[in-house]
Structures are given as structure tokens and as C-alpha cells.
Design a protein around this ligand. Structure first.
Ligand SMILES: C[S@@+](CC[C@H](N)C(=O)[O-])C[C@H]1O[C@@H](n2cnc3c(N)ncnc32)[C@H](O)[C@@H]1O
Length: 196
């Protein structure tokens, strides 16, 4: 991909507005359309590095209400508790669930390293999305909200059905800030029906 495409308008906007990544505008656009967050909500951000989703979330819900975790070490964000860990590891998921307590919103922008093999990248993305849904089962309050990234492919529909079985309102959505060439979609689940 050429440098011109990498550094598009959203990249420059994020830089100008002081956010860590252009990904902020995907979450902002999703929130403006689907009303994900309320002030005072407890939010867990999965696959959070470098941190722009957490930067947005803390602005909306307030300081000390956001917990962020990533495989990579993150630079601190004021008002956000940051952790490093692999969310495919059950032990990490369990510990995060204990730390977070009762959660109002789970957001996951987790993505695998892109191999270039479409099926493999899709399968890995589905697995990460399933881990995020598992975390909802462990920690999300009844009525809570969920935003999760998933790459499109053959298992997309099955995952969408899994989310539908657990939330009252579910939509697959591609925000304007997602690149046209990207296969990523976001699934929005509102009104969690309850922990299994
Ligand atoms: C697209 S980036 C997230 C960008 C972020 N939403 C932001 O606004 O800055 C995807 C992240 O998922 C993380 N990730 C991938 N696999 C993971 C795993 N198994 N456990 C935790 N994080 C993971 C990557 O390290 C990467 O930082």
C-alpha cells in the first residue's frame, strides 16, 4: 500500500486532534450512530494499543472507568488502567474479569497480524472476536453493549448469529472511517441478555 493511502485524511485529523490513531474515528462514528456509551459506564477495551479507542471512551464515560488491555505494552493514558496480556490465554481472561468486575461496555478492535492469506487472517480474526464474546459472557452486565471487529469471510455469519443469540439488538456495520479496501466489519450488540 502506498504512503499516500496509509496517511489519509483521518490519519492527519487524528494527528491534529492529538489522538494516537485514526481508529478513533471508527469508534466515534459507531457511537454517534448506535449510542454505545453513557457517562459513568465501566468500559473494557480489548486489543487497545496504541490507545485511541480508550482515549475516546475515557472522554465520554469519565476518568477511572476504562480498562485497556493489549498484547503490546501501552503508553499510559490518563484515567485509563492499562494492562498487557494475551486474550487468547484463559488465565489472562479470568484475571481481567476479576479486575474489571461488572462491566457496562466491552469494545474489541483486536486484529491478528496480517499474513496476506485471506482465509487464515479471517479465521484468526474470528477467533479473537470469539474471545471478546467470551469476555462478555464473563463480565458484561445485563443490558450492556458490545462492539467487536471481525474480518469478513465464511464464518462471519455464524459469529453474527452467536452475537444475535446474546444481545437484543445486533447490527453489522462498516463506519466511514474504515478503509474502503479493508475487509473489516464491526458488529454492534446492544442489550446483553445475561451471563451464561
Ligand atoms: C487495530 S489495533 C487496535 C487499535 C486500537 N483500537 C486503537 O484505537 O488504538 C489491534 C490490536 O489488537 C491487538 N491484539 C491482537 N491479538 C491480541 C491478543 N491475542 N490479545 C490482546 N491483544 C491482541 C494487537 O496487539 C493490536 O494492538
Amino acid at each position: 500500500m502506498c504512503a499516500y493511502k496509509r496517511k489519509d485524511g483521518y490519519y492527519h485529523k487524528a494527528k491534529k486532534e492529538g489522538y494516537r490513531s485514526r481508529a478513533i474515528y471508527k469508534l466515534k462514528q459507531i457511537d454517534e450512530k448506535f449510542y454505545i456509551f453513557n457517562p459513568g459506564d465501566i468500559v473494557v477495551d480489548l486489543g487497545a494499543a496504541p490507545g485511541s479507542w480508550s482515549e475516546y471512551a475515557v472522554e465520554v464515560v469519565g476518568e477511572d472507568n476504562v480498562i485497556a488491555i493489549d498484547l503490546e505494552r501501552m503508553r499510559d493514558i490518563e484515567g485509563v488502567s492499562t494492562y498487557q496480556g494475551d486474550l487468547t490465554d484463559d488465565e489472562v481472561l479470568n484475571r481481567l474479569s476479576i479486575i474489571a468486575g461488572d462491566v457496562d461496555v466491552v469494545i474489541s478492535d483486536m486484529a491478528p497480524n496480517i499474513s496476506g492469506n485471506y482465509s487464515l487472517d479471517h479465521a484468526r480474526s474470528v477467533y479473537l472476536s470469539q474471545r471478546a464474546l467470551k469476555f462478555c459472557d464473563m463480565s458484561l452486565n445485563n443490558g450492556g453493549n458490545f462492539v467487536v471487529k471481525i474480518f469478513q469471510g465464511e464464518d462471519f455469519k455464524n459469529f453474527l448469529e452467536d452475537v444475535k443469540s446474546q444481545f437484543s439488538f445486533v447490527k453489522a456495520h462498516s463506519p466511514r472511517a474504515s478503509r474502503e479496501s479493508s475487509s473489516e466489519m464491526y458488529i454492534i450488540g446492544k442489550g446483553f441478555k445475561g451471563k451464561n
